[in-house]
Design a protein around this ligand. Structure first.
Ligand SMILES: *Cc1c(COP(=O)(O)O)cnc(C)c1O
Length: 385
């Protein structure tokens, strides 16, 4: 059996070497390392793939979130609501811009922002909502957009984990994750569903004015060379990363399919195990038929382990050469940087429970049946033992 990896970047690279290497080589030969033609080509191709008017490439996903918030003109003291159960980057940029993060609880089934908790958290100071499409499926965007409309709020989608996923509205219309809110942000970190060979990110919007503002912000606030109209940042996707991404973009759908196939095999193996709760599929999908509607792209395959054995399972898998992860082990409201007297433990019962139960199994595009069989039988033997 091939050695099991949490994410098999090497295996994936070996399979696409013939496409990626010349693409990188071309950038080196032309020496257009910054803002070269490859960046523009990738941007155009991603706009077409997503069906969005504007993609603005930038240096990483954290910058993408920050720049989106700067572009919307959010001001210190504005409250921004986001999920408590996410990667810290989401809340980090809110705090960094001197906005006030307001963390709310998530759903027990899909781990995404809880709509009732979101409604409860709105105050006259609320200016924006950041739904995070955690582990590869959309938050309940129909409800989020409705609430945003009623309260005149901006919606910034954190789409770092769900690129390529579809969201299905109740009328059956499908759109790509990240293109629903006023602005979307994504990451091309190597292990993401569309990953480059370093850091990278992008911002999406259908709004022409916002796109223009953001294009200046990513480039030192310049709209005309050496005229700095607003305070900006330096956040660029370099041409070599764009070359990698442009070579990989045509494979994104098949990569996501490979993840879905692996997830299905995991689900099948675990379906009768009482203490293992397999991922719920909700991402706008009304029929639970994610294999045909692409509403979950399984950035992570995350189980809930009931009965208090999660930590012991992590230890057991690690001792047996099976990598796994706990995303995320500590709720944001308990992190030193983001703890605040405003928060009330009673408002975070789901998050507080999830951090004790979740475990993510190896998930990538190169998993084979033998590996999945070995992982699932090891997990099952342990939880039943
Ligand atoms: C990865 C990730 C980010 C940050 O992306 P970087 O490119 O690493 O800066 C933000 N939010 C979520 C939910 C992520 O998973």
């Amino acid at each position: 059996m091939k050695k099991i990896q949490m994410v098999d970047l090497k295996g994936q690279y070996n399979a696409i070497k013939d496409v990626v290497n010349p693409s990188i080589q071309q950038v080196i030969e032309t020496t257009s390392f910054i803002n070269g033609p490859k960046v523009h080509e990738f941007q155009k191709n991603l706009e077409t793939y997503l069906g969005v008017k504007h993609v603005i490439p930038c240096a990483n996903g954290t910058d993408a979130l920050q720049i989106a918030m700067m572009g919307l003109g959010l001001k210190p003291g504005d409250e921004v609501i986001t999920a408590n159960f996410t990667f810290a980057a989401t809340v980090e940029v809110i705090a960094l811009l001197n906005l006030t993060p307001v963390l709310v609880d998530v759903n027990e089934d899909d781990f995404n922002i809880n709509i009732e908790a979101l409604k409860k958290a709105i105050t006259p100071k609320t200016k924006a909502i950041v739904p995070v499409h955690l582990f590869g499926q959309c938050a309940n965007m129909e409800a989020v957009m409705q609430i945003a409309k009623e309260h005149n709020l901006f919606v910034i989608e954190d789409n770092a984990q769900a690129i390529g996923a579809n969201y299905t509205y109740s009328n059956g219309n499908k759109v790509k994750a990240g293109t629903i809110g006023h602005v979307g942000a994504t990451s091309f970190f190597p292990s993401k569903n569309l990953g480059c060979y370093g850091d990278g990110g992008a911002i999406f919007t259908n709004n022409d004015d916002l796109a223009h503002t953001i294009r200046g912000i990513v480039n030192h606030g310049m709209y005309e060379r050496y005229h700095h109209d607003v305070v900006g940042v330096n956040s660029r996707l370099d041409s070599i990363q764009a070359a990698v991404l442009d070579a990989k973009l045509p494979k994104l759908d098949s990569y996501n399919k490979a993840r879905q196939t692996a997830a299905k095999k995991y689900n099948e193996a675990f379906k009768d195990i009482e203490t293992i709760i397999t991922p719920s599929i909700t991402g706008g999908c009304r029929e639970n038929i994610c294999n045909t509607c692409d509403c979950h792209v399984f950035h992570q395959y995350t189980l809930k382990i009931k009965g208090g054995k999660r930590d012991a399972l992590v230890k057991h898998l690690n001792e047996n050469g099976i990598p796994c992860g706990v995303y995320y082990p500590i709720p944001l409201h308990k992190q030193k940087a983001y703890a605040d007297a405003r928060y009330n433990e009673a408002d975070f019962t789901v998050t507080n429970q999830l951090v004790k139960e979740v475990i993510s199994l190896p998930m990538h595009t190169e998993l084979d049946d033998e590996q999945i069989e070995h992982i699932t039988s090891t997990v099952i033997k342990f939880v039943n033992g």
